[in-house]
Write a protein that binds this ligand. Sequence first.
Ligand code: NDP
Length: 593
Amino acid sequence: MSEHNHALTPDEVLEKYRVEREKRLRADGTAQYTELTDAYAEFDRDPFVEPGFARDPVIEETDVVVIGAGIGGLTTAVQLVKKGVTDIRILDRAGDFGGTWYWNRYPGCMCDVEGYVYIPMLEETGFMPTEKYAKAPEIFRQCQLLGEKFDLYSKALFQTETHEAHWDEEAERWTVTTDRGDVLKARFIVVAGGILHKAKLPRIPGIESFEGSTFHAARWNYEVTGGGPTELPTKLGDKTVAIVGTGATAVQVVPTIAPVTKQVYVVQRTPSAVGVRNNASTDSDWYFNQKPGWQQDRMWNFTAMTSGLPLEQDMVGDAWTEVYRGNMAFGGEDKTKMPNDQRLLVDIEIMDRWRDRIEKTVQDQETAEKLKPWYDLWCKRPCYHDEYLPAFNRPNVKLLDTDGKGVEAITRTGIVVEGKEYPVDIIVFATGFEAGTMYKSRMHFEIYGKGGKSLSEDWAEGANAHTLHGLLSRGFPNAFLYSGAQGGFATSIVHSLQEHGRHVAEIVSRMKERGATTIEPTPEAEEEWWNWILTGIEYGYDQMKECTPSWLNGEGNRDPSRMKMMIYLGPLRHYSDQVDEWLAKGMPGVEIA
Ligand code: NDP
C-alpha cells in the first residue's frame, strides 16, 4: 500500500469520501440528463441496419408475445420452447437478437464478468468463448446461435417498436400493437425490455452547436471512425477525440482507440474504481471436458460468491470474487450479515489497494491523483481492466478532470473544461443509460391492464409498485414484467434474467397443461412478497444513502417514494428458493381461472 494512502486513517478516508460526494451532489439529480428524442433523436438512430426497411403488418394470435430480444427475452423464449411452448412472437426495435450486445459495439467492448458464467446457455450451442472475459462480438454471436438453434428467427419481428399492450377482459387476451401496424393477440406477454439500455446524454450547454461528429458510445458510428466491432478504427489517425465519461464503457474504449488516434481527451467527472482483469485464453481441453451442467454450477458458484454466501470453493477466482474473499478474512460466516462499519473497513482496504495501483501504473503523479476514486467500493459499479490506466502514459492521451463538475460547455469546435476550450473533431458520449424508471419511459410504450388502467398509473410511477416475485402484478393478468422492481438480481445479470425465464416457462407450461386461462396475484400475496423484499434491505439499502451520486442511487437524490421499485438486494439463491418453493406448493396466492 502506498504511503499516501497509508497516511489516511479510515475516518480521514470517510471524510474525504464525504467531501468528494458533496462536490457532486446537484439539485437536478437525474434531470441533468436528456432523452435521445427531438433535437437529440439522431443520437438514437440505429447505425447497424440498412435504412428503409419495410414489411407488411402481422395480424395474428399466439400463446406468448415476448417484448425484447435481448438476453432476458431470448433466454425466456428458449426456456419456453424447451417446455413445448413454441407459439411465440418476439419483438424488438433492434435488427437482431442480443439487446445490450446488439447495441454496444464500441471499440474494446467486452464483458467484465467471466464469459463462462455470463454468456447465456453455452452448453446449448457448444460455443466456446476464446477468452475468459469475452469480447462483445462473441457474446452477440452466441445470442444469434441461440436464435438459430431454437428456431427463434422465424418468430422474431425486428426493427419493430411496441406501441401499446392492452388487456382484453372478455377475450382474456393481450393485444400488442406496434409501429409497423402489427396487431398481435396473445394469452401471455413477457415484457423484457431491458434494465440499462436507454442511452442518455448530459444537458451540456451548446451541445447542439458542435459541428464535428458526435455520437453515443452505445450507437458507435463506424462510418465516422472507420474499422468495426472486430477491427480497430482506421480513420482516427489525424483526429482529436473527446470521450465524455469514465464509466465501464469509457474504461474499455480509451485504451482501445488510443493507439490509433492522434489525440484522446478523457473527460472525467468522477473516476471509476478499476480493479485487476487478468484476461486469459480459454483452454479448449478444459472447456470441452467439463461435466454436463457445468455452466449452471459455475453460475451459481459465482452468484453465491458475489452475494456473500459462505462457500468452500471460488470457481471463478477473479477480482469480483476477491472482494468477497477479502471479507472472509473477517471471519464472518455469512458475509452478507457483516456489520456496516466492518464492511467499510474491508472496502477501504480494497480501495486503498486499487488507488495504490493507480499511483504505481500512471507515471504522471498529478494525473494519477486525479484518477483516484474516493468513495465506497459499491457506490458505483466497479470496473476491471488492465490497459485503461497505462493508457494515460501515452503522450496522446490526456485526462481532462472536471473536479466533479462535468463538462462546462460545448462549442462549435470543441469542449470546455474548467474554463478552457479544447478543440476536438469527434465527441463520444460514454454517459450511460437511464435506470430505475417505469416501462413507459424506458421502453416508450404503456401497458393497460384490467379496466384500461395503465401500469404507470396503477404503480403511481413506481411509488405503488406491487408484484408477486417481481414478475406478476395484480390488475395485469398473464403479464410477466421484468422491470427490476421487486425481482431477483445477480452480479451477472444474465443469471437473474435466466432465473426469471425459468420461472415464467414453468408457470406458462403449467397453465397450458391445466387448460387455465388467466393468472393474477392476490393483494395478500403481493403484500407478503413486499414484506419479504424488505428483508433484503439489510444487504445494503442504507449504505447507498452516503454514496457519491450515480445511476445506482438516483444521482444522490434517492427518492424514498420510489422504494417499491427496489430489487431484492439479497442473494439470488434466496430469491429463487422462494419462487421454487411457491411452485412446489402449487402456486398459492394467485387467482387462476
Ligand atoms: P456510466 O453511467 O457508468 O458512466 C457514465 C459516465 O458519464 C460517468 O463517468 C459520469 O460521471 C459521466 N458523465 C455524466 N454526465 C457528465 C457530464 N456532464 N460531464 C462529464 N461526464 C459526465 O455509463 P457506462 O456506459 O460506462 O456504463 C453503464 C453500465 O453499463 C455500467 O455501470 C455497467 O453496469 C454496464 N456496463 C458493463 C460492462 C461490462 O463489462 N459488463 C461494460 C460497459 C458497461 P459521474 O460518475 O460523475 O456520474
